[in-house]
Design a protein around this ligand. Structure first.
Ligand code: ADP
Length: 394
């Protein structure tokens, strides 16, 4: 089966082509709407690249260029040849709790909940509509970041605000990165030889965006991101948890409006806000040079991450594994060591000789006999989307 996976952003489209579950091509349309746009396709099996540069006005033009590059590479003669197309959709809201084939009602619902993901959902809709137009016979599947978290109990997803905000405005915790948390927990259960429905774990997806989830019997029971992807851990440019009273306070003291504060909390906070660098590699390099703010940022990050893992350890009746994934989780042996050192008294015993220098490889990094197994599981959200798409269109 030929499945295309699309992750459409407001000015980009990330794509990957799978043939019978093997990735054969990947690529990116970038800077859509700007003058210096670019589209690049990589034929993975031949290690060959194809590209076009120049203005790409919108998603439609972007996808037609992707189609051209597919033709040029010989990988596809036309998008119509696909068996299905899987789309990453960040927010499904309270109704779209299962991944599904897109029809008009689904598209309308994704549109209706866009107000809760204004940076993401409109771009996903553009991606879906563009595919519908470019290849009308191909089925589109929506894979929601929020779906995996729909199993959280009400006492975990509710905020202690007046109940009508939940009823009328659907304000509750939704959680994000669900496809990744789901994928790595399944992989880890398989790796450890534990049946998924008996597997308890804490998954730490640590990328530019970051979230931790508590998994009980293979299902999500809590997660650190909330109504939006701003809640929870400190991230590259996002503040994570803060006292909500700071927001109205800043409107008064600094004269900032809600949009400005939103922008600051999402794009100018986190590592960047504390030390001026958002990439952990730069933060770690600055620490080596003796930069005190970079050290503070790292201390805060580790402290907050440890608190979340510790709190999920207390709500799970038993924790089989702690799973590190995404850019930081897979690559930073230092973050893994600092966090596990703080958790050692709870039975998280890291084998430092295995952990050191290990990058991007599925591996157990705990000591033999550690109460909780500690694993690195490289995430693969595109593969998970392709698999879900294939299963739904079969
Ligand atoms: P996104 O959330 O954008 O998908 P990624 O999962 O790619 O992000 O993670 C990006 C983060 O991973 C960056 O903060 C980057 O510094 C971090 N990272 C990647 N490689 C390393 C490394 N070798 N050491 C430390 N951090 C790393």
């Amino acid at each position: 089966m030929k499945i295309l996976v699309l992750n459409s952003g407001s000015s980009s489209i990330k794509f990957k082509l799978y043939e019978d579950k093997t990735a054969v091509a990947s690529g990116l349309v970038e800077k859509i709407g700007e003058g210096d746009s670019k589209v690049e396709l990589k034929d993975i099996t031949k290690d060959k690249k194809y590209s076009r540069e120049g203005a790409i006005a919108n998603h439609e033009v972007g996808l037609s260029l992707v189609n051209e590059l597919f033709k040029e590479s010989g990988l596809l003669h036309d998008l119509d040849e696909l068996d299905g197309c899987g789309h990453r959709v960040v927010q499904g809201g309270a109704k779209l709790i299962n991944h599904c084939v897109v029809d008009e009602a689904v598209l309308n619902e994704i549109q209706r909940v866009s107000v809760m993901a204004p940076l993401h959902n409109p771009a996903h809709i553009a991606g879906i509509k563009t595919m519908q137009k470019a290849a009308p016979k191909v089925k589109n599947v929506a894979v929601f970041d929020t779906a995996f978290h729909s199993t959280m109990p009400d006492f975990a997803y509710m905020y202690a605000l007046p109940y009508e905000y939940f009823e009328e405005d659907k304000i509750r915790k939704y959680g994000f990165h669900g496809t990744s948390h789901s994928y790595v927990s399944k992989k880890a259960a398989e790796f450890l030889g534990i049946e998924l429905n008996k597997f308890n774990a804490i998954t730490a997806h640590l990328g530019n965006g970051a979230s931790v989830s508590a998994i009980e019997c293979g299902k999500c029971v809590d997660t650190s991101m909330g109504f939006t992807p701003l809640e929870g851990l400190m991230m590259g440019t996002r503040c994570g948890d803060i006292d909500p009273a700071i927001v109205p306070y800043l409107t008064k003291t600094k004269g900032l409006n809600p949009d400005q504060i939103d922008n600051i909390m999402n794009k100018k906070s986190g590592f960047l806000g504390i030390c001026g660098f958002n990439d952990l590699r730069d933060v770690e390099a600055q620490i080596k040079k003796g930069d005190k703010k970079a050290k503070l940022a790292q201390d805060m990050y580790i402290y907050r991450l440890t608190k979340y893992i510790g709190s999920y350890f207390t709500i799970l009746p038993r924790t089989d594994a702690l799973i590190f994934t995404a850019g930081i989780g897979e690559n930073s042996d230092l973050v893994r060591k600092l966090v596990c050192d703080k958790l050692a008294h709870l039975g998280f015993e890291l084998d430092e000789s295995v952990n050191k220098g290990l990058r991007g490889k599925l591996c157990e990094i705990s000591k033999v006999g550690s109460k909780v197994k500690i694993l690195i599981v490289p995430t693969d959200e595109e593969f998970e989307i392709a698999t879900i798409t294939e299963n739904l269109i079969k």
